[in-house]
Write a protein that binds this ligand. Sequence first.
Ligand code: ZN
Length: 503
Amino acid sequence: MSRDQKTVIEREIRRRRLNLMLKCIICVLIFGSAGLGAWLVYDTNFKDHSNPWTESGKAAGEKAPDQEAAEGSVSGDAPADDGQAAEDGSGNDEGGASDAAVPADEGSLEALANRMAAQYDYDGAISLLRGQPGYDRNDRFKNLVSTYEQTKASCSPYPIDQITHVFFHSLVYDTSKAFDGDAYEAGYNQVMTTVSEMNSILQQMYNRGFVMISLHDMVEFDEAGNLSKKEVLLPPGKTPFVLSQDDCSYYHYMDGDGFPQKLVVTDDGKVKNSYLEDDGSVSIGDYDVVPIVDTFVEQHPDFSYHGHKGILALTGYEGVLGYRTDEVYKTRQEDRVTDFQREFFANNPDFNFDNEVAEAKKVADAMKAEGWEFASHTWGHINPRTYSMESLQRDSDRWANWVVPIVGPTDVLIFAFGADIGDWQPYSMSNEYFAHYKSMGFRIFCNVDASAKYWVQIGQDYLRQARRNLDGYRMYYTPDLISDLFDVDQAWDDSRPTPVPQM
Ligand SMILES: [Zn+2]
């Protein structure tokens, strides 16, 4: 680096520091007074239920970082005594007429609107602020609304038939256990992605302007099943994509191979993984796609379109999400119980089926609240065209009876084995497989085809989309096919044995 360059860089650093300092000072001034104002309104108007520093105050609404900063700048150390006084009702209650021009939680409203706009939901953000009492006199809100309107005007609809779709299996958390030379190592190496690879892929895709959308952002269906296209509105430079994860069951065969046990809901409503450590203790953290994406979107809200996340393609034969919720765990029907299941029963004498179902449902509900969706991967991980219609019906009935009660109904079928129920030509009702799945309520169908960047077929009564596998096999053998998404050299986990075995 030349001397001149150094001087320029140093000057730039000084300029930025000065800038940052000025911004900090302005922030303290603005947030300090806003926070004080908010605190005063809280204090006089909402005493019966909320001091902003008490637990009840927090429970009243999700607190946005902005507001936390605002409160922090006023509170310093939270005055515990004050909270006490407010809670035992000895405070002054009569200022109840809260028709103030400024709502008590203006800070969190603003943060919420900003987050919606950051996630490209401009209309939602605008109507949120416009709907507030006193909006006409609130210059701050009006300015925000005009910013949202300007940004929205810069957006254009992305062509629905050019949207790409990527998918993962369960991520390898402990690579030394997955790649330990046992009988499963080759399969993990081929079709799985490691946690460090996933982190790199997400960051790289985010840096390149990719935005995660739902399949249901692309199309919708009326009650008769007729499709109409929707509009995915994004600013210049942004590219929508769909993310899915297959087989998030934590199948028995994966035990001890470096994968989490299950998904769990923490006390604060977040979805995390539990992981069984060597010493028998259980860790809770981001060890698979769902919590990793959730954390990433918390840090980068604009990676998610309208707060939408990915879609999980589930089977049912060993339960869902790590919970043993299938019929066979209830009936233990002798001719259906597998060796894995026999071992599971032996190791878990306290297993309670109803509790298991309730826990799984809690996780599924929390995931839906976080923007996740569910698809059928068929109950038995089957290739429909190798099954008789009678067997197909049995598989679909098991899906409906043992999985739908937990994850809710879905109109998305993500085929197992990357199979399909037809060639590339449009589906029609003369295809008995299509007729079957349509009668079961499925409208969106996904196969696997990584040969093109995208493949979307929009029928009159269905949507079909190809998916691209971002796994060891794809990264090792054909990195060029996914170079529009990320750079494999940057993402590659060196703990993978090479060569990745041929399929
Ligand atoms: Zn699968």
